[in-house]
Design a protein. Structure first.
Length: 364
């Protein structure tokens, strides 16, 4: 099959053609002499910052080890999510992660076959390895202790190899915490908290309201620069973004890198532990799981970071999940499942804040 003139860019699944897919997958070295004869598109995942689909491919000729399905991630159809994508740079960040950082990490992520982004409009496309039959965790239900241990093992492989790596500061899309952006966040988050309470008031516990009312007026103190070593931080590390059930040598894979940033690794650890484990399971197993994270991180090169160091930073970042729950709830398209998820996160993270006495670290 000859390849006809192709559109320069494709931003939505309805714009896909067999010629465009053939050209992109051949360039990635996946097809050999085969061509995409036809394909089907079906939604996959629950992401709210982009729209993901499984593309099932019929190849001509079939075989030769070429994939019969891939995952395409595209510009969100929802206008609010697209607007948030522009302001938060989520599309640009995820594309650049796959292009520039993912190849340097031993953590299991999807192989990226093609990536394109227009930062000015947040239009983007990613063609990724289909990691099925792995299945995502459920943020509303939470995860098991065995799943938490696997998640922390893989997180250590994200953090340890580039812990304190000053070269990451040169990646402008990753090192986004400039004074102007921090000032904007400090100005807006108290208002987002007010809107969150107005929207969900009847479903919020007294504990969530108490913690939020104490914290968000002091959000500026939380956002002050710290002396913690920085690394590659996922910044949305929760079970919805983890795929379980892979082979024994790769039982877990990490997806959804649109929030990745340069930041302290302990923030990811606190965010995961506080929001993805049921509260009582976290309380009973917290120290053991943190020791496990440090042991795996040491294998991958992290040495000068003690348990006491981690514990203090972990307490300090107990707020990270409450910030995400409030911010995301008020800035992306609203869904019933999203409401349940953000409320579950807010409740668990509020309990985590009080368990860690994190308010005292802000002088509250």
């Amino acid at each position: 099959m000859g390849i006809r003139a192709l559109p320069e860019r494709v931003w939505r699944p309805e714009e896909l053609t067999v010629d465009w897919l053939t050209a992109r997958l051949r360039s990635a070295g996946l097809l050999g002499a085969a061509s995409v004869r036809r394909f089907t598109v079906e939604p996959v995942g629950t992401g709210q910052m982009g729209d993901s689909f499984r593309l099932r491919l019929e190849l001509d000729p079939p075989g030769d080890g070429a994939p019969t399905s891939i995952v395409g991630k595209f510009t969100a159809a929802d206008e609010q999510s697209r607007s948030t994508g522009v302001s938060m740079r989520t599309a640009e960040v995820e594309v650049r992660f796959y292009q520039q950082v993912a190849p340097t990490l031993p953590a299991r992520t999807a192989a990226c076959y093609y990536a394109e982004v227009d930062p000015a409009t947040a239009r983007f496309v990613l063609l990724l390895e289909d990691l099925a039959p792995r299945t995502p965790g459920d943020q509303v239900a939470g995860c098991s202790l065995d799943e938490a241990a696997l998640a922390l093992e893989e997180l250590a492989k994200v953090h340890a190899p580039r812990w304190g790596d000053r070269s990451l500061e040169q990646l402008e899309w990753l090192n986004r915490r400039d004074p102007q952006s921090v000032e904007a966040l400090v100005a807006i988050f108290p208002h987002l908290w007010t809107g969150f309470v107005d929207r969900y008031g009847q479903r919020l516990s007294e504990q969530v309201v108490r913690v939020g009312d104490a914290f968000f007026p002091r959000f500026g103190q939380y956002m002050q620069p710290s002396s913690e070593p920085c690394t590659v931080q996922h910044a949305d590390y929760r079970v919805d973004n983890l795929l379980f059930g892979g082979p024994a040598e790769e039982p877990l894979a990490i997806v959804d890198w649109q929030t990745v940033t340069l930041g302290p690794g302990a923030a990811d650890v606190a965010y995961f532990m506080g929001g993805s484990l049921p509260v009582e399971d976290r309380r009973r197993n917290e120290a053991e799981l943190l020791h496990h994270y440090l042991e795996v991180a040491a294998v991958h090169g992290l040495r000068a970071y003690s348990f006491d160091d981690l514990w203090l930073d972990y307490r300090r970042h107990a707020y990270s999940g409450l910030v995400m729950a409030v911010g995301a709830a008020m800035m992306v398209a609203r869904t019933d499942r999203g409401d349940d998820m953000f409320l579950a996160m807010a409740q668990r993270h509020a309990a985590h804040v009080e368990d860690m006495d994190a308010l005292s670290l802000l002088g509250c």
